[in-house]
Structure formats: C-alpha cells, structure tokens
Design a protein around this ligand. Structure first.
Ligand SMILES: *Cc1c(COP(=O)(O)O)cnc(C)c1O
Length: 429
C-alpha cells in the first residue's frame, strides 16, 4: 500500500527524532513497514496523513475509551484551555477529579495526580518504601509498569529471582532491590515471601496483565497474593494504568473483589491528555510531602486542561452506562469472532476481559504467563496486521499488544472486523 505522506514524514522524523518516534512500539519494528502518521481521529476511526481511514482497535493504547475527539471531551478541553493552560497553583478540577476517583475505587481516600503512568508507579513505589522502611520490591514477568529504572528488569535465570536490567543505561545496583516472579505461580510467590517477605516494601502487579498480550489471572492467585502480602506487612500495589476506569468504575479491584493498598492510574483517567495518579488510604498517603517526608512533585501535575479532559471522560462513561455497554460490546465481539477463529488456518485464540481483547497466536491457546511467541507466530501476526491495514483496520503493530474497544465502536464495526479477519487469515496463512 502507498503512503507517500507518511513515508515523507517518517523520513523527516528519523532525521530529528531517534528511530523517528517518541515511543518505540510506534515504529512498526515488530510487523515491518512504515508507521502511519495520523492526521485526525473521529470516533472509532483514525485518518492518516494520506487521507486514508481506518477502523481503530488501538485507541491510543487505552486512553480513548469514548473514541477519538469525543465532542463533550473536546468542549471541556477548549473551555479549560481558554481560561489558561497551567497555573502552578491549585485549581478546582483537581479536587473534582480526586473526589471522583476516591468515590469510584475501593479502599482509597486520597489521590495525587502526576503526568504519566510511569510517574504514578515510580511515586507509589517510593511511598511504599517510605511507609514500610523496606527496600525490596517485587514485580511479575510480563507486567509492564512504565520505564522507571528499577522496573526495567528481566527475570534472572533458574531459581534466582534477582532482576537483571532489561535496558542499557540501568546500573545493576538500581535493579538489585527488585525481585521478579512468574505470574500464576503461588508456590514461587510463597517461597519468596517466606524467604524475604520482611524486607519487601511492595509487590506490584497489573491485576489484569495487558502488556504481554492479555494474561487474565486466576482469582485464587491474586487472592493468595493479597493474603501473603498482608501477612508480611508488604504493600500490594495494583497497577491499574490500563484497567482503571476501563474494566469497571472501580477498575480490576472492583471486578475481582480484591482491594490493594495502593493503586496507580493513567490512560483513561486523562481521557487522552497526559494524566497519571496514585492513590491509597489517608494513613499511607499522609507520608507524602508537604505533610510527610516523602518528596514528590510536578510542574504540570493536576493541570487544569488535563483535569477537565479526565472529568468529562468519566462523566460521559458514568452517564452512558459505559462499563455495562462495553461489556456487552465485548460479548458481541466474542460471538461474532468465534466462528471465524474456529476456521482460521493457524492457531489463534481470542482472550477478552471487558473491552480489552487479544488474539493470542500461541499454539497452546491462551497463556497465563509471559510465554514467548515462536518466530513463525510473530511473522504470521505481521502478515495479519498488514492484511488488516490494507482493509482499513488498525490493529496494534505487535503480537504482544492488546486491542481496545471504545464506546464509539458499533455492532456494525464488529461485523467489519469479522469479515476483515476472515480475509486477513487467508492472507497470513
Ligand atoms: C501504559 C502503562 C504504564 C506507563 O504509563 P505511561 O503513561 O506510558 O508512562 C504503566 N503501567 C501500565 C500497566 C501501563 O499499561
């Protein structure tokens, strides 16, 4: 397919931006080809620089739960921006959004806003270390928590759970306090907690892991995690940057009926503007400056335009019964896709939680741990991706990324996807 404008922009971008992109997955390295430069978004559609329109199942990787350029969100942003874009002083929007988060999410009383999910996680971990007076943290293989140094870790080999830096530029000592565990493994978790629990400040997990495909966990595993952390005085952090305000009003915590000590938010909470947040009970949050001794700050934190965007998004979601409608849309997607997947010429399985879904190319079906795809499966996904793109359907440019439904998607769009996949399977085989 020809994308002359995108090609030109990409060539210019590569000269002045490393790899031509400001976040690596956008470069299409996993699927090949030229990344599309996007000129506009409208509801469920993206329009690229060459004027081609795509049915979008990425939704900017999560924030756009109402679809692109929702009129009410755009109006709220315009009104807020006209009154000034930043003050470096408190504004009413921060209070309103914080009140909404507190009312929505189980077990929290206070929220602090930041500007990204990375920042939210980084700050929540600092707070957990301050509150517990402990240094160690635990993460799970396959969960992504942003790019703070001490979280860019890969599991060590064999029995060792010591994290090794997974990126250049991260000194070994920075990850020496991070332990890495496999998902879905109560025995490994119990062994680590028995061995080092008294030194572990926090265990962080995506309660519905959605950054290595979609890896829904058994509730028993998460319940055991809750029990073992509580027994050791270790804080449990739910990273709800994707799942928060997407899977339910109270995020994955509400859906699972498991309450963490701290929660982090991003994506949906900003409705498409840069917002992150971390939250917890007053007893923990009180350790933050200016009341407490744990420093945390941000020039654009609680920015009035971003707060207005988040507020308008949550307002529409609530008023329009958003979470229920998205669940119904997800069910309709499953029903529509099931026969097509069953007839696919290679292994492909639909994994879905609410409005998140993933086409797993694993031979053995839907995994619960961060298993690697074979080269053949990854290559097949690349062909599938391009065959969909040809038909005007925009899927994530990596076999490990989940897809997103929004309230802008209609039943007819699910039919378009079903037909598109049928053709794409034949092309990818
Ligand atoms: C996206 C994401 C982050 C990082 O958020 P940014 O806004 O990209 O920094 C952290 N945790 C999870 C679960 C995410 O999906």
């Amino acid at each position: 397919m020809n994308h002359p404008r995108s090609e030109q922009l990409y060539a210019r971008a590569r000269a002045v931006i490393p790899g031509g992109v400001n976040s690596p997955v956008r470069a299409f390295r996993a699927v090949g080809g030229t990344p599309l430069f996007i000129a506009r978004g409208e509801g469920q559609y993206l329009i690229d620089a060459d004027g081609r329109r795509y049915l979008d199942f990425v939704g900017s990787w999560g924030p756009l739960i109402l679809g692109h350029a929702h009129p009410e969100v755009i109006r709220a942003i315009g009104t807020a921006a006209a009154a000034g874009t930043t003050f470096g002083a408190p504004c009413a929007g921060e209070v309103e959004l914080a009140e909404r988060v507190v009312a929505a999410y189980p077990g929290i009383e206070q929220v602090r806003f930041v500007s990204s999910g990375t920042e939210a996680v980084m700050s929540a971990i600092r707070l957990a270390r301050a509150v517990t007076g402990r240094d160690l943290i635990v993460k799970f293989s396959g969960c992504y928590h942003g790019h703070a140094d001490h979280l860019l870790v890969a599991a060590g080999s064999g029995l060792a759970t010591f994290g090794r830096p997974s990126s250049a530029g991260v000194p070994e000592p920075f990850t020496a306090c991070t332990r890495v565990l496999p998902l879905d493994d109560e025995a490994a978790l119990a062994a680590l907690m028995a061995r080092e629990g008294a030194q572990i400040a926090a265990v962080i997990i995506e309660p519905v892991p959605a950054n290595h495909g979609l890896l829904p966990q058994r509730r028993e595993f998460l319940a055991r995690l809750r029990e073992l952390t509580r027994a050791q005085g270790t804080l449990l952090i739910f990273d709800e940057v994707i799942s928060g305000f997407r899977l339910a009003r109270g995020g994955a915590a509400e859906r699972l009926g498991i309450t963490p000590d701290l929660a982090t938010f991003g994506k949906v909470i900003g409705g498409g503007l840069p917002v992150g947040a971390f939250a917890g009970p007053r007893s923990l949050m009180a350790r933050l400056a200016p009341d407490g001794d744990t420093y945390q700050a941000g020039t654009l934190s609680g920015n009035p335009v971003a707060m207005a965007s988040g507020l308008a998004t949550l307002e529409v979601l609530t008023r329009e019964n958003g979470w229920q409608r998205l669940e119904a849309l997800g069910e309709a997607l499953e029903a529509a896709l099931r026969p097509v997947l069953a007839g696919a010429p290679f292994p492909v399985h639909l994994v879905r939680v609410g409005s998140l879904f993933w086409l797993s190319m694993h031979t053995e079906g839907a995994p619960r741990t961060a298993a690697a795809l074979t080269d053949a499966a990854s290559a097949r996904y690349g062909r599938l991706f391009h065959a969909l793109l040809e038909q005007g359907i925009y899927f994530p440019p990596s076999a490990y990324e989940a897809c997103f439904l929004s309230l802008a998607h209609q039943e007819a769009d699910l039919q378009t996807l079903t037909r598109g996949l049928q053709l794409a399977f034949a092309a990818a085989a």
